[in-house]
Design a protein around this ligand. Structure first.
Ligand code: AMP
Length: 302
């Protein structure tokens, strides 16, 4: 069952205590697609500039990622520069250049329009809506990510798209900002009134928490001795989570819990090396081994 994603495909400049790269392929939709394609076929919607060459496209080529919805426009690709200190949860954005994204109007290839699983990665809510509107019938699952910028600048557009969202996947600061509630459980209850049936709160090195009608489930982040580059952890988490769900025959609590673990597994691979270096080479066997490790990590008797 294929999975559609819309979001940024970018060049990133990254600085962490473990090193520095001036220009590497990144973007929310890129990390998401690479992670999700370990589980299912992915249809990618996005835009790049004419600086995004065949060599860069190779990241998608050898995988189960259809890029017929990746438009190439004249100009430069979206660019983001960020720096992390010793605390991987704290990042400073040094530059955000929209470039070709500023005028992007997504147009879905016909083969994408029957998508049953959709991930609206962090991007302008108007673009998220344009994508959702082009899908025929009702998708089985729509999940959405957003950020402080859209919560503040386009609250009406965000509220509109949230009405059509089943699962909202954001971090703790965004959860508090969107709900005006400090307590995350109360925040979740507020967010359910806006449309979503479940909330997945990404908490960086503290793991992730899922809240829905039938309760709460928390998963830790995989304990790693060295986190080389936290970039893409959230999107890789979403890729593992949605990739797994797209293959599941039903969507009960047990399945959603397993999706949380696969999300955390993929997030942990993403941060082990710079950019996409680790996650693009991860195997099914390594994913399963780490999922089993998670099982051990969280098992206890009373
Ligand atoms: P994360 O999973 O949150 O670490 O996402 C990291 C990716 O998000 C990077 O590869 C960036 O290219 C991309 N990114 C950074 N800022 C933005 C933004 N304002 N909108 C969309 N994508 C962004």
């Amino acid at each position: 069952m294929s999975l559609l994603v819309v979001g940024t495909v970018a060049f990133d400049a990254l600085e962490t205590p473990f090193g520095k790269v001036d220009r590497t392929v990144g973007g929310a939709a890129t990390y998401f697609s690479v992670a999700a394609s370990c589980f299912t076929d992915v249809n990618l919607v996005g835009v790049v500039g004419d600086d995004f060459t065949d060599e860069h496209v190779a990241i998608f080529r050898d995988r189960r990622i259809d890029i017929s919805g990746l438009e190439r426009a004249p100009g430069k690709s979206f660019f983001w520069a960020g720096r992390y200190g010793m605390d991987p949860n704290e990042r400073v954005t040094l530059a955000t250049e929209l470039n070709v994204l500023a005028t992007f109007r997504p147009k879905l290839p016909d083969s994408y329009r029957t998508a049953k699983h959709v991930f609206l990665a962090n991007i302008d809510p108007t673009l998220q809506r344009l994508v959702l509107e082009q899908i025929k019938g009702k998708p089985r699952l729509v999940a959405l990510d957003t950020m402080n910028y859209w919560i503040e600048k386009t609250p009406a557009e965000l509220r509109e798209i949230l009405k059509h969202t089943h699962i909202l996947m954001i971090n703790d600061a965004e959860t508090r900002m969107l709900s005006n509630e400090h307590n995350l459980l109360r925040a979740a209850r507020h967010i359910f009134k806006l449309g979503p049936k479940a909330l997945v709160i990404k908490r960086g090195e503290y793991g992730a928490m899922m809240v829905h009608d039938n309760g709460v489930f928390a998963v830790p982040a995989f304990p790693l001795e060295e986190v080389h580059d936290p970039t893409g952890a959230g999107d890789s988490f979403a890729g593992g989570f949605m990739g797994y769900l797209a293959t599941a025959s039903s969507m009960n609590d047990a399945v959603l819990r397993r999706a949380m673990v696969y999300g955390s597994v993929m997030g942990s691979f993403a941060v082990e090396r710079f950019g996409l270096e680790r996650i693009r080479h991860v195997t099914r066997r390594e994913i399963q081994a780490r999922a089993r490790h998670f099982q051990k990590l969280t098992q206890f008797r009373l």
